[in-house]
Design a protein around this ligand. Structure first.
Ligand code: SF4
Length: 191
């Protein structure tokens, strides 16, 4: 079965048709430029990750697993850090090559919800919060609440993605027409 990643879910929530164009028709987005940028970021992130012990102490983590690859029936993903907390819960921690500008982007939250789902299923412990580290703001640590409804939305999106790919159906366009203006697929997308 096709296994999806948090990026697939983020794209799908942006516009369900991304799933169709990319994974049914297999029209790629422009990825080469993206990977060049990513290589520079990776080096910066690796340095930040090596100095993360004090962040775990601030969170109150009692154990950790680094770069943990997790899967379940629908989803797969690699979590920068899976943390065991002193209150018996667990939490994902994710490093971002970004500045903190007073607000956590929905894409970052969605990624944490995906990780929360994977951690709960693989370790059988509750996850009610996640953490982001903004490496371009002196490793600023930001806590994000993980509500059950948010994880359920991600699970429903994963099921919809599987249905689109299995049944080759053309999903509805995003409701936000502004998103079409700069879309890679605007020339092939029938509105
Ligand atoms: S053009 Fe608009 S509706 Fe079509 S894939 Fe892009 S964002 Fe979605």
């Amino acid at each position: 079965m096709f296994s999806i990643t948090p990026s697939h879910i983020i794209e799908h929530l942006y516009c369900p048709r991304y799933t169709y164009f990319e994974y049914v028709l297999r029209i790629p987005q422009n990825e080469e430029k993206y990977y060049k940028v990513m290589r520079g970021r990776e080096l910066h992130l690796q340095r930040a990750k090596q100095n993360a012990a004090y962040l775990r102490r601030r969170i109150g983590a009692i154990d950790k697993r680094l770069n943990q690859y997790l899967t379940n029936e629908l989803l797969r993903g690699e979590v920068d850090e899976v943390l065991w907390l002193s209150d018996g819960a667990m939490a994902p921690l994710d490093f971002k090559f970004a500045k903190y500008e007073g607000k956590v982007y929905e894409t970052y939250k969605t990624q944490l919800y995906c990780y929360a789902w994977l951690i709960e299923e693989n370790f059988g412990k509750p996850v009610n919060r996640g953490f982001l580290v903004y490496t371009r703001s002196q490793n600023k640590l930001v806590e994000v609440a993980v509500e059950k409804e948010a994880v359920a939305r991600v699970q429903q999106a994963a099921e919809r993605i599987h249905r689109i790919i299995r049944q080759n159906y053309y999903p509805k366009a995003t409701r936000y027409k502004k998103r079409c203006l700069n879309c890679t697929y605007r020339n092939v997308c029938i509105k």
